[in-house]
Ligand binder design. Structure first.
Ligand SMILES: NC(=O)C1=CN([C@@H]2O[C@H](COP(=O)(O)OP(=O)(O)OC[C@H]3O[C@@H](n4cnc5c(N)ncnc54)[C@H](OP(=O)(O)O)[C@@H]3O)[C@@H](O)[C@H]2O)C=CC1
Ligand SMILES: C[C@H]1O[C@H](OP(=O)(O)OP(=O)(O)OC[C@H]2O[C@@H](n3cnc4c(=O)[nH]c(N)nc43)[C@H](O)[C@@H]2O)[C@@H](O)[C@@H](O)C1=O
Length: 316
């Protein structure tokens, strides 16, 4: 990408899209184009076609998607498979029809089998059963990967796919029903501290392990790979380290300064037992993460205090 290349960041208000925009702007890219979902509903093919014809972007970061944590995926499987298939099909095909030079598709490590050998290598894709709580979303993401690879093969496009681990950072979703674990626990511990509540409920057994990457690290990797990597092989993006949900809860409790007790609600699902990604392909391409979890948690809590707590949560 050149500094004046026209770059479309789909999903620019979200956790990932907003981090990619910050990274591009900080790196001097000045010709960025965005639309909110109200201005451009990417599930609507006619709107997507009109947008690409009008704007003719040269590069596309596809960070628009229907995204949520374990319960949202479990409760709304139809929306997760439908919206994601529609958004990615419309954008990937329009990118091809309009001669986009390069597109980066965001998948997720939930595409790998529930019991994949750890750390999960890119070649474990389609070698076993998926985790049931997010199978419809994972199937949509696998279709997106296969679409990029098929377009590259048949039409000679340059569409790459990256598979980030669990992410967190500014503009995360802090809604307790639909969010991922990390923002949910920041909010739960913060509210328990303010209200002097004796216990905080953590879902599941606390034994599943997850790997967490700060969104600015992910954005750095995405821009780096857009500039340096072309090919059909997926690239995992992660830290290469994971922790249990119990350990995460304890860390967040310490970050927030909560003194009460943690209780586990085992009626809620655990999901995949472990999702540590193998990052050898990524490190071989010359990139590694820089923001340790302890630093990232402090930054995420600071962002929450500044942007979410003040404005909405406690006035509900
Ligand atoms: N969060 C995570 O832990 C992980 C995320 N990913 C992937 O990263 C990508 C981005 O996720 P994340 O940033 O967390 O998600 P967010 O929910 O934070 O943001 C998603 C964005 O998509 C946009 N969007 C949703 N539906 C539509 C639509 N119909 N038309 C146009 N825009 C739409 C929204 O736009 P608007 O704000 O304008 O409504 C929103 O800003 C996804 O592909 C996800 O699978 C991968 C691994 C982990
Ligand atoms: C990114 C990834 O995200 C999802 O998969 P997940 O990693 O299972 O998601 P999660 O962050 O919601 O949960 C992780 C673990 O944490 C436990 N947990 C405890 N307490 C809370 C809690 O309060 N909220 C939530 N959400 N989880 C909690 C929870 O029970 C589980 O054991 C999918 O969307 C998947 O498709 C995907 O791609």
């Amino acid at each position: 990408m050149n500094s004046d290349s026209k770059i479309y960041v789909a999903g620019h208000r979200g956790l990932v899209g907003s981090a990619i925009v910050r990274k591009l702007q900080d790196s001097g890219y000045s010709n960025l184009v965005f639309r909110t979902s109200h201005q451009l509903d990417l599930t609507k093919r006619d709107q997507v076609d009109a947008f690409f014809e009008e704007e003719q972007p040269e590069y596309v970061f596809l960070a628009a998607a229907k995204v949520g944590g374990i319960m949202a995926n479990n409760d709304y499987p139809a929306e997760f498979i439908r919206d994601n298939l529609m958004i990615q099909t419309n954008v990937i095909d329009a990118a091809h029809q309009n001669g986009v030079k390069k597109l980066l598709f965001l998948g997720s490590t939930c595409i790998y089998p529930k019991l994949a050998a750890q750390p999960m290598r890119e070649d474990s894709l389609l070698t076993g059963e998926l985790e049931p709580t997010n199978e419809p979303y994972a199937i949509a993401k696998i279709a997106g990967i296969k679409m990029c690879q098929s377009y590259n093969r048949q039409y000679g496009t340059n569409f790459i796919s990256i598979m980030p681990t669990n992410l967190y950072g500014p503009n995360d979703n802090f809604d307790l029903n639909s969010s991922h674990v990390l923002p949910a626990l920041i909010r739960k511990f913060h509210e328990a501290k303010l209200n002097n509540t004796q216990t905080v409920e953590v879902w599941g057994t606390g034994t599943p392990k997850r790997e967490f990457l700060y969104s600015d690290d992910l954005a750095d990797a995405a821009v780096y790979l857009m500039n340096t990597y072309s090919g059909n092989d997926l690239v995992n993006i992660g830290m290469g380290k994971d922790i249990s949900i119990k350990e995460l809860a304890e860390k967040i409790g310490n970050t927030v300064g909560y003194k009460g007790e943690i209780i586990f609600n085992t009626s809620k699902p655990d999901g995949a037992p472990r999702k540590l990604v193998d990052i050898s392909r990524l490190t071989g391409l010359g990139w590694q993460a820089e923001i340790p979890l302890d630093d990232g948690l402090g930054m995420a809590y600071g962002w929450f205090l500044e942007h979410v707590e003040k404005n909405t949560l406690l006035t509900n």
